[in-house]
Design a protein around this ligand. Structure first.
Ligand SMILES: Nc1nc2c(c(=O)[nH]1)N[C@H]1C(S)=C(S)[C@@H](COP(=O)(O)O)O[C@H]1N2
Ligand SMILES: [Mo]
Length: 336
């Protein structure tokens, strides 16, 4: 008897139709820069996540805004690829997050734990040349020059929810290609059971790596091979219809929308296939708080806060958090 297949959750009427409101967000952006200067530091994955403080401050963007979207550094060769065509299968039931609100709330510990300052601090960060090494249990180990990787797979745009473990969330138009397509090209050996993502290590350019030397740099994350092959798992090179800015993880990041945001490593330089489960950054720092699997689950509180609801960036609203971040139809079978 064939297994019953639920229709994917994305097969809902497209109520979104919210075009990218770039012009609007840019105007708002300029207005907000005038407010400037609050410069709050929330700490990130290990600090107070989302108290009423954060909610009250939502919308009053700070110094980050003064410097954000520095999208295309000189010499960027990828602009002709954007915007990519939107995939009709991956749309949302909520408005996209304002681009400036997302840019003012960035977790990227390589630079700083101050979310509002990351965008500014990544401004001079060199993205060229950039290589991505495929290593470990594959038939085809290789080193990709980023400019070739960008053009090796057709790009598409998908609208995804993003839920940080700190109980804030956003709705983002990512541009990228399925991790599954990439894995097929790597040809994993049958012994491969995990995929490990390794971020860059450049303490001279990334002040957080130098100043917080106690962290287990470089940032690493991992998925099971089945998770990495899931249709939702995306290798991302763009956002809001343009190339990724450095602060969102350029030139290459992962997006795994049913897991807490820290699973989606940014600034990737190596993808390794392994037989044993590899250690990961946050799990090493605080295993009791950050598990290996880390699926979004409203009924399992973080040891220091509830995960039942989330603050929608840029809106001042809180909504209920959904199991698997709303992607149960696509991923629940992985965990049964
Ligand atoms: N290399 C690296 N990747 C990272 C992080 C980081 O500090 N370093 N932070 C993670 C966390 S906690 C979140 S919520 C997302 C935030 O990035 P975004 O706002 O650009 O999606 O990136 C994830 N990937
Ligand atoms: Mo996060």
């Amino acid at each position: 008897m064939p297994a019953i297949r639920l229709p994917p959750s994305w097969r809902i009427p497209e109520r979104l139709a919210t075009p990218e409101r770039e012009a609007r967000s840019r105007r708002r952006f300029l207005r907000q820069t005038a407010l400037g200067g609050l410069g709050l530091a929330m700490g990130a994955c290990s600090a107070d996540p989302e108290g009423s403080r954060a909610a009250a401050l939502d919308g009053s963007l700070t110094s980050a805004a003064q410097t954000a979207p520095a999208v295309g550094g000189a010499g960027r060769q990828d602009k002709d690829l954007f915007p990519a065509q939107r995939h009709p299968g991956f749309v949302l039931d909520r408005d996209l997050t304002d681009e400036a609100a997302a840019a003012a709330n960035i977790n990227y510990y390589e630079f700083t734990t101050d979310k509002a300052r990351v965008a500014g601090m990544t401004r001079g960060f060199k993205l060229h040349p950039w290589s991505v090494h495929v290593t470990g249990l594959v038939h085809r180990p290789r080193t990709w020059a980023m400019e070739n990787l960008l053009r090796a797979f057709p790009l598409e745009e998908r609208l995804y929810r993003h839920r940080c473990v700190e109980a804030w969330s956003m709705a983002v138009p990512w541009t990228g290609f399925p991790m599954a397509s990439f894995i097929k090209v790597c040809e994993p050996l049958s012994a491969a059971r995990y995929v490990r993502f390794i971020s860059f290590m450049r303490p001279k350019d990334a002040p957080g790596q130098a100043q917080m030397a106690w962290y287990p740099w470089p940032y690493t994350e991992m998925l099971t091979l089945a998770e990495a092959m899931n249709e939702l798992t995306l290798l991302v090179v763009g956002i809001y219809g343009h190339p990724l800015p450095a602060y969102h993880g350029a030139p290459l990041r992962l997006v795994v929308p049913w897991k807490y945001g820290y699973k989606s490593a940014k600034g990737i330089v190596q993808i390794e296939f392994t037989a044993q489960r590899p250690a990961t950054f946050w799990n090493t720092v605080s295993p009791g708080e950050y598990g290996f699997t880390s699926n979004v689950n409203p009924s399992v509180p973080h040891p220091r806060w509830s995960q039942a609801t989330e603050r929608l960036l840029g809106t001042g609203r809180r909504v209920k958090t959904l199991l698997y971040n709303g992607y149960a139809a696509q991923v629940a079978h992985l965990y049964s």
